[in-house]
Write a protein of this length. Structure first.
Length: 198
């Protein structure tokens, strides 16, 4: 029967071989997939709250992959692995590690030199991860959890509220979130910082 998915604006379609990585073969529609993914993500959130991380742990490719694996590892076989295909957004698949390393170095500099406020550092980091588009799917949800991990562990500040809704579902709040992402793509980061605390 296969997995039939409809995509909302801003969601990256999966290739057929990526769909084949679905570990729960009884899932056939988006609603079922969302339910299983959300349960897995909740476990990852709980893990992230119970575990303490430092800058040297967070700013590594291994950590970025680990968080994704924790979020989606019970649903997708490819969870925690870099995408092997190019998408309509993101860097070339062969540039993912290079771009992540640039991001880690930039972020270390921001932290050590207090270049931006704690919120801005976490949101800039989160936005750049989405722009790189490390994974076949789940990049937005992953980047938001990474921002939460960063702000709570490195700065001991409350996690972001992200519009207080499920941003994977079509809604006015998701529309505002995407507008803030598009602004950030153009170099205007403040709307995304503001949205992250709504």
């Amino acid at each position: 029967m296969g997995l039939k998915l409809e995509y909302n604006e801003g969601q990256t379609p999966l290739d057929e071989d990526e769909k084949d990585g679905l570990l729960i073969k009884t899932i056939s529609v988006r609603e079922e997939l969302d339910e299983f993914e959300q349960a897995n993500i909740q476990q990852a959130v709980e893990w992230s709250i119970k575990t303490k991380f430092n800058k040297d742990q967070i700013l590594t490719e291994e950590f970025i992959l680990l968080v994704h694996k924790k979020m989606f590892g019970e649903v997708w076989a490819w969870a925690g692995t870099k995408r092997k295909s190019n998408k309509n957004i993101g860097v070339d698949k062969y540039q993912i590690s290079v771009e992540l390393n640039y991001l880690f170095e930039d972020c270390k500099y921001w932290i050590e030199n207090n270049t931006f406020s704690p919120d801005e550092i976490a949101i800039r980091f989160s936005h750049r991860i989405v722009k790189i588009h490390v994974f076949p799917n789940g990049n937005g949800r992953h980047s938001r959890l990474i921002a939460d991990i960063m702000i709570s562990n490195l700065y001991n500040k409350p996690t972001f509220t992200w519009g207080r809704t499920d941003l994977s579902q079509k809604s006015e709040v998701r529309k505002k979130y995407l507008e803030a992402i598009y602004d950030a793509d153009k170099g205007l980061i403040q709307p995304l910082i503001d949205f992250s605390r709504t």
